[in-house]
Write a protein that binds this ligand. Structure first.
Ligand SMILES: Cc1cc2nc3c(=O)[nH]c(=O)nc-3n(C[C@H](O)[C@H](O)[C@H](O)COP(=O)(O)OP(=O)(O)OC[C@H]3O[C@@H](n4cnc5c(N)ncnc54)[C@H](O)[C@@H]3O)c2cc1C
Length: 603
């Protein structure tokens, strides 16, 4: 079974030293009382929960999967899932960032993201039940009526009830404008929903007493396309009573018609959901449903990015442990363990390359994701309007990058870490092949990574003439000016500044080309996201290198090994991984003709 140790030291480094998280948060009245000890304690407790409760049921969850009873439409989750969810609920974890008035703990998003990283590493399938619940909570918080909040928020914040997002239909995945589920208005202000959805994660299960579905559907007179989509709240059991006293009442006309048998995340139920005159209530305004659902979708995109980060980290930890233990062959530069029949494979240069690649992407991803979590709080709670706007802009710009860059990296690193195990990675016994299978979905759901790339280049960059990207560029520029004269930092600053210039030029070039032909943006989008993703990573790696250099300078020979490793990883990142941007810039600039000229009937 895979091992996992919560990466507490690195999490604390990122939150306290790189991001100055507690000071930033204390500037917001909501977190004025926050202190480092609280942050560290929550991280430790969360890590323990993941190591001791979630990890042990990850493998059995994969092997057993969920089961469906066609007679009762019930779904049974694997052994141990319900017990773990009850423990989680009792400890109050579901409401970590939820409002106190609903029984939540009102803690900052950075703790949620750190917890998400660890729980996705140790059990992604299980974590999705709670992740979707949090998404439903946030959507209702932003767009729900006062009555909906009073009724549903305490239940979702406690985890007594769980949530889902019901978008996809058999004929419409990416293109939601084609969806057909209907909602008929009733005299009492409610609606009756009819239609069917597919691929609904956590649509039915045995972890909670009620399930709150957030469903996209059309009103009878709705315009066609995405302008005619509304959002509805459809509970599995229609609640009776209110607030904390509410309880599941009569069974609603929504049920699971079957579950999918799939490549990974077997412990999470992927359900076909049937709506037959199911009673629902509109959330937000008619025909503005997609806009309201975007709260949930954006939250879910960040969460999915962090799923990629978690898979990257656990794959790294297991590969590193295996490489120290497994002996094969001799190091090219002479035996390193002459007393043994062969050297541990960790001495082979290419095994080290694979391990360092996984480590560099995990640590870079952690700094990036935790910074975005701070931006989430800045956007919501900072007293200064300009700061709130900055937070919102960074969230908007970075969401597709977190989603796509971190999940591509997560899958690729899981694959390379499996390679470190050789044939022992391919067979089931070591458990690493599960990581690869689980990580694959992250590149698909919540908008495929292609769609994220189109969102980045189109809506987030070109549509605002690069204004948000320039705001991020200003952060980079400030760092470059602060450290540009340091000789020790030049190995990091020079490539960072160079890539910043190249991204600027590439963006302008693609913008010009796209004005004549939109396919130019479409053909360049995936390469473009990879380049901008590296720009963000290079910025955080340069910041981490600067801190590590400073510590090495002050502590000399006594410097903690952590900082020496950080510096070495930063060097590896800049010398070995960042150069892939040259390839992607070239590919992005190559134009659309090399993909459009090929005739369809030649495929
Ligand atoms: C395990 C699992 C769990 C899921 N959970 C949920 C859930 O909880 N709720 C929910 O509503 N849905 C869920 N989904 C659905 C998921 O979000 C969709 O599968 C995804 O959005 C892609 O839609 P699709 O499968 O129909 O692919 P399609 O939209 O048919 O796309 C097929 C291919 O075409 C590409 N493509 C499509 N349109 C464009 C375009 N305009 N430009 C360029 N390329 C394009 C895509 O990138 C993809 O490569 C889940 C799916 C799975 C497999």
């Amino acid at each position: 079974m895979p091992i996992y140790k919560a990466p507490l030291r690195d999490q604390q480094f990122v939150i306290h030293e790189v991001l100055g998280g507690v000071d930033e948060l204390r500037a917001m009245p909501r977190y004025a009382e926050l202190d480092s000890d609280t942050v560290n304690q929550v991280l430790e407790e969360a890590g323990r929960f993941c190591e001791e409760v979630l990890l042990p049921i990850n493998r059995t969850g994969d092997e057993q999967g969920c089961s469906f009873d066609p007679q009762t439409h019930a779904v049974r989750t694997p052994d141990g899932f319900a017990k773990a969810f009850a423990q989680f609920r009792e400890a109050g974890w579901q409401g970590l960032t939820a409002e106190e008035q609903y029984g939540g703990q009102a803690l900052p998003h950075v703790l949620q993201i750190a917890f998400d990283e660890m729980r996705c590493a140790t059990n992604q399938a299980w974590t999705m039940y709670s992740g979707l619940t949090q998404g439903a909570y946030e959507c209702i918080e932003h767009h729900g009526s006062a009555a909906q909040k009073a009724l549903y928020q305490p239940k979702l914040a406690s985890g007594e009830w769980t949530g889902t997002m019901c978008l996809t239909e058999a004929h419409c995945g990416t293109d939601l404008g084609m969806l057909r589920t209907k909602a008929l208005p009733q005299a009492d202000g409610s609606y009756l929903l009819t239609g069917s959805k597919i691929f609904i994660s956590a649509g039915e299960h045995d972890l909670a007493s009620n399930i709150v579905h957030l469903v996209l559907a059309r009103l009878p007179d709705a315009p066609s396309g995405t302008r005619g989509i509304s959002l509805f709240l459809v509970p599995k059991f229609v609640p009776e009573g209110s607030g904390a006293d509410a309880r599941p009442g009569r069974r609603n006309g929504v049920y699971c018609g079957g579950i999918e048998h799939k490549m990974g995340i077997h412990g999470n139920s992927t359900c076909q959901m049937i709506f037959e005159d199911a009673v629902g209530w509109i959330v937000g305004e008619p025909n503005k449903g997609l806009n309201a659902m975007f709260v949930m979708m954006n939250g879910a995109r960040l969460e999915v990015g962090v799923q990629g980060l978690g898979q990257n980290e656990i794959a790294y930890q297991n590969a590193a442990a295996y490489a120290k233990d497994r002996i094969q062959g001799r190091s090219l530069s002479g035996p390193k363990a002459p007393e043994r029949a062969a050297d541990p494979i960790i001495f082979h240069a290419d095994v080290r390359r694979m391990l360092l690649t996984a480590r560099a992407y995990a640590e870079g991803g952690r700094a990036f994701a935790y910074w975005i979590a701070l931006m989430a709080d800045r956007q919501l709670h900072h007293p200064d309007e300009e700061q709130r706007e900055f937070g919102a802009d960074m969230m908007a710009l970075m969401t597709p990058i977190i989603k796509a860059f971190l999940t591509d990296n997560g899958f690729l690193r899981a694959s390379e870490c499996l390679q470190v195990f050789g044939g022992h990675g391919y067979i089931r016994e070591t458990g690493v092949e599960q990581l690869l299978r689980d990580a694959r979905i992250n590149m698909i759901y919540e908008g495929t990574n292609t769609i994220q790339s189109l969102d980045l280049i189109g809506r987030k960059v070109l549509m605002d003439n690069g204004a948000k990207l320039r705001k991020f560029g200003a952060l980079l520029q400030q760092f470059i000016e602060e450290h540009g004269t340091s000789v020790a930092m030049s190995e990091f600053i020079t490539p960072l500044a160079d890539l910043g210039d190249k991204v600027q030029k590439l963006t302008m070039e693609l913008g010009m080309k796209a004005m004549n032909n939109q396919d130019e943006a479409g053909a360049a989008a995936v390469d473009y996201l990879r380049v901008v993703g590296h720009l963000v990573f290079a910025y955080f790696w340069a910041r981490m290198a600067q801190l590590a250099l400073a510590r090495c300078a002050t502590d000399g020979d006594k410097v903690e090994q952590f900082y020496r490793a950080k510096l070495a990883t930063a060097r590896f990142y800049f010398q070995r991984l960042l150069p892939e941007t040259a390839f992607h810039i070239r590919a992005a600039r190559s134009g659309a003709a090399n993909v459009t000229a090929f005739q369809n009937d030649w495929f």
